[in-house]
Design a protein around this ligand. Sequence first.
Ligand code: ZN
Length: 263
Amino acid sequence: MNFILQVFRLLSGGMTLYKTKAIILRTRKFGEADRIITLFSPNCGKIKAIAKGIRKTKSKFGARLEPFSYVNLLLYKGKNLDIITQVETIDSFQKIREDLKKLSAGSVVLDLLEKVSLESESNYPLFELSLSFFEKISSSIEGLEFLLMGFEIKSLALLGYQPILTHCSFCQINLNKDKKWFSFSRGGVLCDNCAKDIDDAILLTISDFLLKLLNSNWEEISQFKAKREIVIELLKFLEDYFYYYLQLKLKSKAWWNQVLKII
Ligand SMILES: [Zn+2]
């Protein structure tokens, strides 16, 4: 235990007090006046903590513990749930909550983070990606559907499930064609020859687009344009990919599809 923690421990009568930054993923009512808050922290991964008395009108927490908020926290380490003692807002991302389209896209990200993040396992790159995504959509509405698809493919890469898109995932030869075979079981594209021997090979027209999403920054992605059928193929592919590798089917995604009026 480091010195700071020892001091905290001494001051708090044996209970360990710790500080962390976090994004608030979800909150739910608990007991008479409390809430259980699910947080995503850069250094501690997913945290479940209790905010006591938060539903009372004069709660010291006010409205600082709402989904999307990026906060500085002081918590006691608990046996099952940690206890939030202080909150300071870094960015409330209020603009995301005020716009239906942003709220829906942002909810997919919160939902995804809750499902893929693990307690006590940090994923700093995923935290940074999420924060920069919220900053981007908070300030602009342009290209929201591409930004969300960009987040999805980039987060898959950070979780260790990046699809192979530049060369055959079986024989390794470079592939430059627009249309490529793709196999979920191989996790990548295939040349015509290898595709004959792989049972789940499907023809994909969007592998170059996926590669562009992976390699571009938010500013570039927000300027992307594509035909409706390409957008539909991308949405469908990412949904199938998440389901194949992470068994994820997100409720928030159904809402997002309705908002886009596309599927
Ligand atoms: Zn091949």
